[in-house]
Design a protein. Sequence first.
Length: 620
Amino acid sequence: MSDDKHGFENKFFTLTAKEAAGSAYDIIIVGSGIGGGVLANDLYDTNAKLGKNAKSVLLIEKGGVVFHSHCLNTARPSGLENDRGQQNDTFFAQFKEDYTFYDTDVTDWKGGPMFNLGGRSPAWGLFAPRIHDQSLGDHLHPDVKCELLNDYYDKAERLMLLSLPETQTFHQHVMDRLNMDGLNGVQWQWGRIASEFRDPKNYDFAEGAYSSIDKILEIAMSKPKRNGQVVEHDYFKTVLNTEVRSLNFGSSTDHPVTGVNVRSSDGKELEIKVKSGGSVVLCGGSVASPSILLRSGDDDWKKKIRSDWGGLRLTDHDILFYAHSFRYQDPADRAKVGSMKLQTYANISSGNVALVNMSIDASSFLPRGESEADDIPKFIMVFILKCALQDDSNIRINSATGEPEVKIKRAPDATHAEQQVMKKLTAEAMKSIKSTLKVNFLGQNDDWEPTFDDITLSKLQLGGVAHELGTLPMRGKSDVPHCLNTDLQFEDVAGLYACDLSVFPYSPESNPSLTLAALAIRLSRHLNKRLHVEAPEEDTVYAVNHSGRKVKVWLSNKAEEGASDEIILEPGADTKWKREAGVLESLFVYKLDLSDPTGATYLREPVLLVAHPKRVTVIL
């Protein structure tokens, strides 16, 4: 194999496992997919503003640099059968690894892990809806639901570049007609895609697709220079081609994690240590992360993971779909309408919400079904169903190879009544599309009006969109057995966390990527708090400097006698003032004049912030 294949690695990722083992770290992240990559990205951005208070972070990735960005941001194959437009599933099929199964009725699993920088984020993660509020309330802890809805979903959507195509009048007319004609109060809207769009292609061609690789590679390419030599970042390091095999624990009552045992690409094994009070975050995926745990302890430990904590129940939800090709009565209308990908939530039974995706002549990220020809437009209706974690599923370690074997069972089929609702919704959507866009469905008379009896829902191959999850579930709404608390920390193990698809306490009705990204940002803020005051006082104003440079601050209110002295805050430093409870204050922030090379001059005009007693004011 030519060394040229590893050009990015040789140029930007020079740290070896042996060199990494020469230091201990505050935080070790295992895996660089959506969970570990977003966590690492957010920690880096926070750390960059903390100066001497920054934490040392090590990101460990089993694979190397296969992609330099999302596969849709690069050259891709064209003309492949049944893969029109995107080809991201072609890349996934080429680079994923296969699971080894035992005692299971599912042997044709289409999913699997990708071990490379970015994990599966270079191939998947485009379709990024939120979990429905009702579903969040039914299955997640109230604190987690509240923080996702009020804060972290927004942060994740900004990070992942969620965008919508331009809505033309005829697009809005289609959605309005669907909403008026639909069942169960559905409200169709554009699908939420982690990508930018190129008009007029819309959903048929994605640009700027999000992957966690981009930020990690940006960090690696921006290493500082000292004495003319490029050196590693002080507080953030990445080591590739290094597999974490197991964990080491201390002997105190809470058994803190003390280090990770790794195997480098040359087969050598060594330990990388965690500082006292530090953390390890498992982000290797729903099979790899629990496999690390299963190699780490005795039989009692393994029993605890499965029996006491309810772990290892590998689960994937069912996806039902219907596809039918069509033609425009006026062929010129195809170019005018372009591609549409719509979504809605629908109650298919009492308390059971499904996410419904509709593709109209769009490159689908979900099944395309059979088509008479790739150039014929197609209508595709997809229902993503939620389900509980499956008790019959499991993961074990093969004693001879040390590698995981999985047993996975499908969830029970949707009931007849639920399938009838889905068929009716599909038929009503087809009638609306037929009349609004002036199309005829192939194989039917021009005056054909579909009914639910005409619809046969097919089931997507399990693992077809790689949503397997739930092997290390966090605490949900009720205190049922769980591996993790609401902060994603393992019960009874200090400093050990998980942040990948394994943490979900059920299989949601939507793609879990956005929710995982939101949980990763939330965990970042937990591990590296800006300023946490356990019991803030009513008459105290708190401030912390997260601007990345030292600032001069001055607190004042309308009364002259209330003014404070000027205070210099270094990066990451905080301060507080005793003030009158309930009275708003004015915080004047003077930033450095960057045109002064001595770094001793502050700008004459301050940034004015409103400061509240009992709250922390963050200076950015």
